[in-house]
Design a binder for this molecule. Structure first.
Ligand SMILES: Cc1cc2nc3c(=O)[nH]c(=O)nc-3n(C[C@H](O)[C@H](O)[C@H](O)COP(=O)(O)OP(=O)(O)OC[C@H]3O[C@@H](n4cnc5c(N)ncnc54)[C@H](O)[C@@H]3O)c2cc1C
Length: 463
């Protein structure tokens, strides 16, 4: 059995590792367009900040580790076409020569590409001008060249989603003056504005200029004598024009699934134009599975959606690899659980926000509350800001959002909520969870208990 995975990031490598685990006799080849298989692109901001000094440290595994796990790597090799009837993959190798790779099973893990918002002038600028996108190791090397070779004093980040925020943190840590422009009314639009405002305050306290509710229209080379190489024109939601100059512009405005190879082979598309797959990660094409940022995501509360995350790509890749070897595993579904560090603070969410739950047919109530991460008499305690969303009629927990200090176990507390939602718990039942306690690390009623109790007390009174 020869399994070929296209893509050497979270999905492709997870599929390859799992295939070798379940069928140690399987021949496994991974075709990777660049020379950086199994690199943690999630770690890029921490290399840019200088906290991870060498880019090689971002490798989850070395090439030698991957080969020792039993996979053959075809690096700098781009898949160009899939002959599904003949079970052959057409590739172009590092020297430009074409080759056909015969497969029994194929896993597509081509991932996503950065979205290019309709900003006039963006297409005519490139890394040499100080204009950057960020997704791959290649993008990282370009950005690092600009940083080390031109020593920019200032940066404009277009987009204040989680990657934009991580990059605001990273570039500020490097000493650049950062302006962050977000067209939606508040930063980190994936959480409620009440928590977005707390993220905003942390950014502002660190000297990041935030222009929320402001859409960038154009970017171009600055006029001589301007305070920066590039000029960005934007407009506020009130119609006021805004101009900013900077030496570096970083556009991080989301991603779109990279589906061209699959589409040409005849694969169907689903939510947000991602490759349609069932929960066994089957594409519908014979012997072709797909996983990761290029496919639709099964959400446990919403059904089919598109929710590109590294955690999901790992799980889907593992399912695809197992099933390619004759397994029958289903992807259990995402809850969109995610966390982001912004300087010394962290924001996290799992499940649904109020409007998302309402759109999905629930009768949601969202209650905000606060609690300490551990007993306040023990030094170093921090407040945790919480928003619990539950269904009024059934009491079922639907979503939790948290904000607090990065040492306040925000990530692991949201994971308690993710586990509870996964198992269909009611908000009230969270109070019964036997969570750990010692004063320096927690409270007899953990913050998660307290947030659930606040919801139970107030939900029926809430309109
Ligand atoms: C800066 C940054 C920070 C992030 N932080 C987080 C985080 O903290 N938590 C989280 O959960 N997620 C995070 N993500 C998202 C996460 O990295 C992605 O969801 C994940 O990498 C998706 O994995 P993938 O394998 O599906 O695709 P990708 O990582 O996009 O990889 C696609 C692979 O396919 C290869 N490829 C594409 N086309 C071809 C072709 N035709 N032939 C051969 N090879 C091809 C590419 O070279 C690459 O190896 C972050 C992303 C970025 C950019």
């Amino acid at each position: 059995m020869h399994m070929v995975a296209i893509g050497g990031s979270d999905a492709g490598i997870s599929a390859a590792l799992r295939a070798r685990e379940v069928d140690p006799g399987a021949e496994v080849t991974v075709v990777v367009a660049d020379a950086y298989p199994n690199f943690s692109i999630c770690g890029i901001p921490y290399h840019v900040s200088g906290e991870v000094p060498h880019w090689r440290n971002l490798a989850h595994r070395t090439i030698e580790d991957l080969e020792a796990a039993g996979m053959r790597l075809r690096l700098d090799t781009t898949a160009r076409g899939i002959d599904t009837a003949g079970h052959k993959l057409l590739v172009t190798g590092p020297d430009g020569a074409e080759d056909l790779i015969a497969y029994d099973q194929l896993v597509i893990g081509t991932g996503a590409v950065p979205a290019r918002p309709p900003i006039a002038g963006l297409a005519t600028l490139g890394p040499g001008d100080g204009a950057h996108l960020l997704h791959s190791m290649g993008d990282t090397f370009s950005l690092m060249s600009t940083l080390t070779e031109t020593s920019p004093a200032s940066a404009i980040i277009v987009g204040a989603g989680y990657i934009g925020l991580e990059m605001a943190d990273a570039l500020t840590t490097r000493g650049l003056a950062v302006t962050q422009i977000e067209q939606l009314p508040e930063v980190l639009p994936t959480v409620d504005p009440q928590l977005g405002a707390l993220v905003h305050a942390e950014l502002a306290a660190r000297g990041v200029e935030i222009l929320a509710g402001t859409a960038v229209n154009s970017v171009g080379k600055a006029e001589p004598g301007a305070p920066g190489r590039l000029r960005v024109e934007a407009v506020t939601s009130a119609g006021e024009p805004v101009t900013r100059h900077a030496d570096l512009v970083l556009v991080v405005a989301g991603v779109r699934p990279d589906t061209s190879l699959a589409v040409t082979a005849g694969a169907a598309l689903g939510a947000k134009g991602a490759i349609a797959v069932d929960r066994r990660m089957r594409t519908g094409l014979p012997d072709v599975h797909a996983a990761g940022d290029c496919v639709v995501t099964w959400h446990r509360l919403l059904g089919e959606t598109y929710l590109p995350l590294g955690t999901t790509a790992h799980k889907q890749g593992r399912v695809a690899g197992e099933n390619a070897c004759g397994g029958n595993r289903e992807f259990a579904g995402s809850l969109g659980t995610q966390v982001v560090k912004i300087f010394d603070q962290a924001a996290a969410r799992t499940g649904l926000r109020d409007h998302e739950a309402a759109a999905a047919g629930f009768d949601p109530v969202t209650i905000g509350s606060e609690a300490d991460d551990h007993k306040a008499y023990y030094p170093g305690s921090h407040r945790i800001h919480m928003r619990f969303t539950g269904d009024r009629a059934t009491g079922r927990l639907l979503g939790v959002q948290l904000f607090g200090h990065k040492n306040a176990e925000i990530a692991k507390r949201v994971d308690i909520a993710a586990t509870a939602i996964y198992h269909g718990m009611t908000v009230d039942a969270i109070s019964d969870l036997d969570l750990s306690y010692t004063p320096p690390l927690g409270s007899p009623w953990d913050a998660i208990h307290a947030g659930a109790q606040a919801w139970t007390r107030q939900a029926h009174a809430a309109g």
